[in-house]
Design a protein around this ligand. Structure first.
Ligand SMILES: [Mn+2]
Length: 347
């Protein structure tokens, strides 16, 4: 296991100098943020970022994300042009030593929450998903971090209608086409492609979502028969639904060698299926983080792990979910569990 930390590039308020001071960090997970979705990333930008990361003694072996253009997901318009660009990005990242690329196939909206700074009883605040509030949201009139804010309300309505029209099976067809186009390039470049599950793992605003359950992940993996075709297994996304047994998934897909990137954090599932992002410690939420890491350890996990989101603690402000302090606490907690497992296995 290699512990990593998400870093949003030079504009991130959390510097590489801070990240390197967290014991156990081997590298950062980052992306080129200056290029519009779908375009080819300039090699010099990639190389410059890698040099900056390496200069601080950290690695840049994981990219999160190379985003997938909506035209690819809808298989409309310029989809073939964007797929060719995607292949070129894989080649360029491989040239810079990147070993793993995280991406997702969520229509229109990336992760969705009802509030980004819900006060918790201990005075910290966190991202939450309260079903009642999400049901009242109008996605054409709002935006969340991670969402593409460039659509007008009319464009957004049109886009949502297109997804409703193709439905789940249409989305599967388009995903299958995309995978069968890009995977031969990834295999040739020896880059692991790691899809991130949909967050949360159920349809929202009537739009299909398909990377949601064990059955659907089985179907996803069957789209291409090569270990490079794999997963970012995110406990924060899959684990917020009671119908998913995240630890069992780690054991199953870990044994198959298909987990390339692990996102681990805890989550507190509420009575009505709503959830709150909690501290990493097992007793803070609904997931048993020790059992999760044991499953990774037992299956000989050699991939990358990062703390997923964190709460905002100690008065920190900044990008919701991506403060320094709570993610650093989470990383150290997990590193401690891992060290215990390693030493136990060596005896
Ligand atoms: Mn995640």
């Amino acid at each position: 296991m290699k512990m990593t930390f998400r870093w949003y590039g030079e504009s991130d308020s959390i510097s590489l100098d801070y990240i390197r001071q967290i014991p156990c960090m081997t590298g950062v997970v980052t992306a080129v943020y200056s290029v519009p979705v779908g375009e080819v990333w300039p090699q010099e930008e990639i190389d410059k970022m890698k040099a900056a990361v390496n200069a601080k003694g950290l690695e840049m072996e994981v990219i999160e994300s190379v985003p997938v253009h909506e035209d690819i997901k809808l298989k409309r318009g310029n989809y073939q042009f964007y797929i060719d660009n995607y292949k070129e990005n894989i080649r360029r990242l491989a040239k810079a030593g990147v070993k793993c690329i995280c991406y997702n196939f969520m229509p229109v909206f990336d992760w969705t929450r009802s509030r980004l700074d819900q006060p918790l009883p201990d005075g910290s605040n966190a991202l939450v998903y309260y079903k009642e509030d999400v049901d009242k949201m109008d996605p054409t009139k709002m935006t969340l971090p991670g969402w593409d804010a460039s659509y007008t309300p009319d464009e957004m309505s049109g886009l949502i209608e297109e997804y409703k029209k193709i439905g789940e099976e249409g989305l599967w067809d388009n995903l299958s086409y995309f995978i069968n186009e890009i995977m031969p390039v990834a295999v040739e470049c020896d880059v692991n492609m790691a899809i991130h599950p949909d967050d949360p793992p159920w349809p929202i605003f009537g739009i299909p979502r398909i990377i949601t359950t064990e059955a659907n992940i089985d179907r996803f993996l069957s789209l291409y028969d090569d270990v490079h075709h794999g997963l970012t297994l995110c406990s924060g996304s899959l684990g917020c639904a009671k119908f998913n047994d995240y630890t069992a998934m780690v054991r199953k897909y870990g044994a198959m060698g298909r987990i390339h990137f692990a996102h681990v954090r805890n989550i507190k599932i509420l009575e009505d299926g709503s959830f709150e992002e909690s501290g990493h410690l097992s007793e803070c939420g609904s997931l048993d983080v020790v059992e999760i890491l044991k499953a990774y350890h037992d299956t000989g996990f050699k991939g990358y792990l990062r703390p997923d989101h964190g709460r905002m603690i100690w008065g920190e402000t900044g990008k919701p979910g991506y403060g320094l302090y709570d993610r650093a606490l989470g990383a150290m907690y997990m590193a401690g569990i891992w060290e215990t497992l390693e030493k136990g296995a060596a005896k």
